[in-house]
Design a protein around this ligand. Structure first.
Ligand SMILES: *[C@@H]1O[C@H](CO)[C@@H](O)[C@H](O)[C@H]1NC(C)=O
Ligand SMILES: *[C@@H]1O[C@H](CO)[C@@H](O)[C@H](O)[C@H]1NC(C)=O
Ligand SMILES: *[C@@H]1O[C@H](CO)[C@@H](O)[C@H](O)[C@H]1NC(C)=O
Ligand SMILES: *[C@@H]1O[C@H](CO)[C@@H](O)[C@H](O)[C@H]1NC(C)=O
Ligand SMILES: *[C@@H]1O[C@H](CO)[C@@H](O)[C@H](O)[C@H]1NC(C)=O
Ligand SMILES: *[C@@H]1O[C@H](CO)[C@@H](O)[C@H](O)[C@H]1NC(C)=O
Ligand SMILES: *[C@@H]1O[C@H](CO)[C@@H](O)[C@H](O)[C@H]1NC(C)=O
Ligand SMILES: *[C@@H]1O[C@H](CO)[C@@H](O)[C@H](O)[C@H]1NC(C)=O
Ligand SMILES: *[C@@H]1O[C@H](CO)[C@@H](O)[C@H](O)[C@H]1NC(C)=O
Ligand SMILES: *[C@@H]1O[C@H](CO)[C@@H](O)[C@H](O)[C@H]1NC(C)=O
Ligand SMILES: *[C@@H]1O[C@H](CO)[C@@H](O)[C@H](O)[C@H]1NC(C)=O
Ligand SMILES: *[C@@H]1O[C@H](CO)[C@@H](O)[C@H](O)[C@H]1NC(C)=O
Length: 605
């Protein structure tokens, strides 16, 4: 920069070739604390390097102090001035143009004055301008929250320091400049200087606010001069909390977010549309509740908590009173009651029973019946027709309100079915082992659990018996030796009746000398069914003879074969199998039902 200035001045000076010419720039700008270089250019038709050069500092009040002297003999920096320790002067000559540059170190605010350069008797002067960039503007909110009303309220102060020269502070709301001609506003400005001469500028904004200003963005802006001209700097954006009165108050159920049921924790809240929130008081059915907050918490509510809740607010800004109310309904579902038409839960086999399930509720409910985890019926009545032993067990009834899933209760009823024994299967041979022993099974249902007795026709000893029992079923397995024709019968008896089943075991001699056995079994609940059994056995024997005859005839080729596949299968079977089993059941279920249905024990428990 110095060189550029030198060249410019040289052209200027060149025109006045003949005379001594001293020239300087109008102004020299420097930042506080930096080094200032103040050039002084002179020209003469003849330069001989022994000129008199002096520098003076001239204060704004006009005081001039010599700070430097140089002639062909001496060079002196004046003692006892502000500059004694801080300046250097350099000199250069190039043909007819010479320069003297005054260098000031560590520039201070006080250095902002005129500097005079004297060459021989001719002088020129310049002004040194010192700048200090201000700190970032600092916002301080007013000590009281402004109220929305017709007055101007203190909003905030904006302060910058270490500025030189003095800066200006302006205010913005939502990016628009606040002006007293447009906005109802007022500024209180102070500018002070610290001992080193730097400025502290402060501006306090007073503004008439409206409710919308709650969301407004405010900031202040500092404009200041520095090297190169005018600069700006903005503060952070800030918001202002405002106080305004409540014009509407609202009471509502804060939680739960669904219909309220007994046992819930209910939070009822009151809210005003002003700031700050008003002071609330609550009432339930005209009885006041002791709360100091903006909400009421009801723990574990019952239906007694239903009713009218009223909230009254007292505004803290304008002391007005407002109210709002709410009707709270606490829904309930009473315990589930199951009835079985007056009788006890000990019921008879074959009986019809109607189970009713009820629970009192404040909401419409649906009822579901379950047994063993599966749904039996939707609806509060469950009809059980012709009770069987399989229908005994636990019946669960669940009542729930579709509009409030959490409102759900259940109860259960254990049904016991009582009745005489019923044979589950005929007497069955399980297997025949190498020692020609046979296991016979007798399986009976009944409640109370029947006793089982075996009767073997020919004094056969029972080698072993194994009994297994569940709630309603008893199974007896006996092991006997199948050496001769055996008539086995199994009799099951409880206090309500008995049932009997028979089987014939016939050893058959075969060429291979292994024993084959034919078991014929029947079951019955009545004694003395020998005739029926005999007829059936005869029928079976006849069928067997007929089969043999037909087989014989076929072998002789007397009968043409239509189903050769089946024939082959039979052939295979007869040659392989050691045992042939033929069972016949006398289907007496109807008869049995008739007997059981008519019977009812007089000693129902
Ligand atoms: C320099 O000073 C002399 C006497 O003071 C004056 O006559 C002359 O005009 C000056 N030169 C310029 C260029 O001002
Ligand atoms: C140098 O300048 C001085 C003062 O202006 C003058 O007296 C002297 O004659 C000059 N010398 C030469 C060689 O020009
Ligand atoms: C400048 O002047 C100061 C005192 O005024 C001195 O201590 C310093 O050495 C000088 N520096 C130069 C580069 O001449
Ligand atoms: C400050 O404001 C005054 C008056 O409007 C103006 O003259 C001056 O130049 C401003 N200064 C700055 C640094 O903006
Ligand atoms: C809720 O109230 C019922 C009836 O008053 C009571 O039996 C139950 O223990 C209470 N539960 C709690 C968590 O307080
Ligand atoms: C409740 O019962 C009504 C009538 O009994 C039936 O229409 C409705 O679908 C049931 N709702 C549910 C959720 O089971
Ligand atoms: C009742 O049940 C028994 C056995 O389950 C059945 O044999 C009988 O036919 C049933 N009676 C009626 C009237 O359905
Ligand atoms: C019903 O029977 C189950 C299992 O058999 C038993 O755990 C339960 O306690 C019984 N309930 C009633 C009410 O007797
Ligand atoms: C008969 O039952 C007994 C035990 O109950 C068993 O040890 C035996 O193996 C069974 N006999 C046959 C032939 O299955
Ligand atoms: C056993 O069977 C015989 C004839 O087969 C009969 O006379 C007797 O009464 C039966 N005993 C029992 C306890 O049923
Ligand atoms: C069966 O046993 C009884 C008594 O133990 C005996 O009197 C009878 O003769 C025996 N009958 C046969 C066929 O062994
Ligand atoms: C086995 O019992 C049936 C009928 O009860 C009878 O007809 C048959 O003669 C009996 N057999 C023997 C060997 O006692």
């Amino acid at each position: 920069m110095g060189l550029l200035a030198l060249t410019g001045l040289y052209v200027l000076v060149f025109q006045a070739w003949a005379q001594l010419e001293v020239s300087m720039e109008d102004r020299v700008e420097v930042l506080l604390g930096n080094v200032a270089e103040i050039p002084c250019i002179y020209s003469m038709s003849q330069l001989n390097g022994s000129l008199l050069v002096q520098w003076f500092a001239r204060s704004p009040s006009g005081n001039e102090v010599k700070i430097y002297y140089k002639d062909k003999v001496v060079e002196v920096v004046s003692m006892g001035t502000d500059y004694s320790e801080r300046i250097n002067v350099s000199h250069a000559v190039d043909g007819t143009v010479g320069s003297s540059i005054l260098t000031i170190n560590d520039v201070r605010v006080k250095d902002e004055q005129e500097f005079v350069c004297q060459v021989q008797r001719n002088t020129s002067h310049t002004k040194l301008l010192v700048f200090s960039t201000p700190s970032v503007p600092h916002i301080e909110l007013g000590s009281y929250t402004p109220t929305v009303n017709l007055k101007r309220e203190e909003i905030a102060s904006c302060e910058v320091n270490n500025a030189y020269p003095a800066p200006n502070i302006t205010w913005y709301k939502n990016r628009l400049l606040l002006q007293s001609s447009v906005n109802n506003m007022e500024l209180e400005k102070t500018v002070t200087q610290n001992p080193s001469g730097l400025f502290i500028a402060r501006s306090t904004l007073f503004l008439q606010v409206e409710k919308a200003d709650e969301d407004a963005e405010f900031y202040c802006e500092v404009s200041y001069f520095t090297i190169g001209g005018l600069h700006m700097m903005e503060s952070q954006i800030f918001h202002v909390e405002l106080h305004y009165s409540t014009t509407k108050v609202t009471i509502s159920v804060d939680s739960p977010h669904r219909l309220v049921k007994e046992g819930d924790r209910v939070k009822i809240r009151c809210k005003g549309n002003g700031n700050p929130q008003p002071i609330f008081s609550f009432q339930h059915n005209s009885r006041s509740l002791n709360v100091e907050l903006d909400h009421v918490v009801l723990d574990n509510v019952t239906r007694a908590h239903s009713g009218l809740y009223k909230c009254t607010s007292l505004d803290q800004v304008d002391f007005s009173e407002l109210t709002d109310s709410l009707e709270l309904m606490v829904h309930y579902l009473d315990p589930v009651v199951i009835t079985s038409g007056g009788s006890s839960d000990m019921l008879d086999l074959g009986q019809h029973v109607s189970l009713t399930c009820n629970a009192l509720s404040s909401l419409p409910t649906n009822t579901t019946w379950y047994k063993d985890g599966t749904v039996l019926e939707e609806g509060h009545i469950l009809n059980l027709l012709n009770l069987s032993y399989d229908m005994a067990g636990t019946y669960v009834c669940e009542v729930h309100a579709p509009s409030l899933a959490e409102l759900k209760r259940q109860n259960s009823l254990n049904i016991t079915v009582r009745g005489k024994p019923v044979m589950v299967e005929e007497v069955a041979m399980i297997s025949l082992d190498a020692e020609d022993s046979v296991n016979l099974t007798c399986s009976v249902k009944g409640h109370p659990i029947p006793d089982i007795q075996w009767n073997l026709s020919d004094n056969q000893t029972i080698l072993g018996e194994r009994i297994t029992m569940t709630d309603y079923t008893i199974v007896s397995v006996i092991t006997i030796r199948a050496t001769s024709l055996v008539n086995a019968s199994c009799v099951a008896t409880n206090e309500l009746g008995s049932a009997q089943a028979f089987s014939d075991i016939k050893p058959i001699q075969k060429p291979t000398a292994t024993t084959a056995i034919i078991i014929t079994s029947t079951r019955s609940t009545k004694e003395g069914n020998g005739v029926v059994i005999a007829v059936i056995i005869i029928l079976i024997l006849l069928l067997a003879i007929l089969g043999s005859v037909l087989y014989f005839l076929y072998k002789k080729g007397k009968i043409p074969c239509g189903r050769s596949g089946k024939q082959d299968l039979m052939k295979e079977k007869s040659s392989k199998d050691d045992v042939e089993m033929k069972n016949s059941r006398s289907e007496e279920a109807v008869l049995l039902q008739g007997v059981n249905g008519g019977k009812r024990s007089p000693s129902d428990q």
